[in-house]
Each structure stands twice: as structure tokens, then as C-alpha cells.
Design a protein around this ligand. Sequence first.
Ligand SMILES: [Zn+2]
Length: 400
Amino acid sequence: MTDSTTSTLLRNVRAVLPHRVSERTNIFIQNGLISRVADSDPDEGSGAPAYERASDSPSTFGLEGLTLYPGFIDVHIHGAIGVDTMAADASDLNRVSGFLAAQGVTSWLPTLVPAPHADYSQAVIAINGAMNNQIGARILGVHYEGPFVNSAQCGALRSEYFKTYAAPDDLDALPLPSGEAARMITLAPEVAGGVELVRELSRRGWVVSIGHTRAGFELLDLAFDAGARHMTHFMNAMAPLHHRSPGPIAWGLSRDDVTCDVIADGIHLDPHMLQLLLKLKGAERLTLISDAIAAAGQGDGDYQIWGETITVKDSRTSNARGNIAGSVITMLDAVRLMISLGVTEVGVAGIAATNPARLLRLDQECGSIEEGKRADLVALDAQGNAVLTLIGGEVAFRKQ
Ligand SMILES: [Zn+2]
């Protein structure tokens, strides 16, 4: 599907480009890539642009009234539509990918929670299977949320499976998808051996993100020097901001060289806090995540997830301990909330696509509407609903 040899023209489309919105652009797609982006002449008549005439009758989409964004990238998601990444097989993951494509998501990182080794293995076998037969939103690799995290900030994670780090062998407990798959991990540098762990993971090419943590400045600086540059669901599951005890939140706010991801569901973070984060970090240093669980897309109710009952009421999740247990939003919901808070369209493309692509070091390949990038695109209507999603230039979703 990604190696399409067809060509496609998106004609006279309103498109969110890296630094501006073009009101009328022709976007030409060949072999799954954006081959040309050219502002169209407002006086252009019925004659096709030269590069279109030169091609072999491309399929053309009229996208009047819609705005085209780079496809969204969700680097932290545990499942949706009843599928949990810890219990899924490859076809379950493909179903999630289909659901996500209808929500404007063009790639994602199945995210795993601390569990016995056999469960991790099973989950990665499923990821491998789905990656070998990609349908819908592309699976990029794996995100391990834990197991090297602080049990005092466990959130909804099961602390009986948390680990400390002694030697590189300990990493063998984390199975990996084969090939070039992206590898991301959320860890707390204060676990025994934590800074060495960051160093070893960085050496192995993992994207290291700090989360589920109570670490102080000194340790966080050491973790940064060892390769950690990002923070997971910033402000959630970390020691709160205190004026006499500056912890991870103060550190993340004070460092311009650290990026953060946020769950913009209006529940994990009050919208006023999201606005404060936009002011302090700027849209260029924020990434949206859904942190969605299997209940996403299923409505309110009780769900058996991660060995316990998670209740969803009025779109808010809680487990038996009363902790919030992930969200039930999609990236599209987060995008709509951020638009309502006044984030520009260029800013939205950054926090939903370009920044996560850069985080995963895939920004040369995807995450923006530029020549040479993968044609991963979503067209939204004025209400912020996905109307058309292209993945590698192929239609992955089209609203009926
Ligand atoms: Zn999570």
C-alpha cells in the first residue's frame, strides 16, 4: 500500500504548510510521496497545471471547503474500539489502525504497560505481524511506558511489574519489533541505575522520555546529559509543582531544550494549564498524545483492562484505586480542543504531526506537507471532522 505507483493530484486545496497556510495549493503525489507543492494561480482556468498535464492522468481530489493537514502521529496510545495493545493480535491492531485513520491519525506507536515478560512478548509478536501487513494508520514501532518507573507515581500502571536497572542484560526483557522500528520508552531516572539506563538506551537508539517520576533537578540534568530530551504526559504522573521543592514539572518548564507531550482531553490537564503550557513551552516544544485505552470509541461503561475494571463515565476513566486510567479521546479530539484554545493551524500541524515525527527522528520522512515527504495527509472540515485521510498517498479513509 505504501509503494503505490499511482499519481494523485489534490487540486486547489487549502493546506497547512510548515510555516504558513496556503489558501490554494496543488499537491501532487507520486509513488506515495509528495512530489510537488505549488501555490495555484487564483486565475487558473480549467487548464491543468503543467506538471499535471505531464503526468499520466492522475486521480484528482477536489477538497473545496476543507483544510489539509499533515497526518497526525500518536506516540502514546494503548488501544481503542475494545482492543488493548497488551492483549491484541495482529488483526486487532489492524482494526485499531483502521479506526485511527478515520480520526486523521496516519501513524502510531502501540504503547505497552508493565506486565510479565510473556505478555510483552505476545504484544510485540502482534506488533510485528501488524507491521508486516500494514492496514490503515501505520504502526511505527513500540513505546514502553515503564517498567523502569517510580511506584510512587504509578498512575494506572501496575507497580508489581516495575523494575530497576543493573546491567544491559536487563534490557533483554523488553522484546522489540524487527527491522527499523521506532523504539520509545518512558522511564523515571530515579529508579536504581536510572541514569546508566538512559545512557544505554540512548546508545541503542531508543527515544528516551522522562515520566512517572519524582526526580529533582540534579538527577534530571544527569538524565538529560545521558540522552533524555522529552517528557511523557507532562504534569500527569509526576511530582506536582511546588515552590520549595522544584521537581520534574519545574525542570520541564525551565528547559527550552526539553520537549513534552500532553494529553489534551480537558480532563488530564485543565484547559487553563494547557494554555499556560502553550505560553511557557510554545507549540514548537509540545506534542499531543491521546494516551487512549481500549475503551476509546466505545462510550461510557465498565471495561476489563490491565487485569482490573476501568470505568468510563462522561468520558473520564478511573480504576478501582480512583486513579485516572488513560483517556478515551483520539488525536482529533485533542486537535479540536487545542484549536478552541487558539492554537493556530500551523501550530496544530506542529503539535499533532511535525513535533512527534521529530521526536521519533522520522521528520525527514513524514510529519509535514513538503516535497519529498510521505503523503500522509488528513483533510478536515470546518467543524474539525476528518473527511479524507491519505496514507502513503492511498485513501485510508473517506467520509461517506
Ligand atoms: Zn499511557
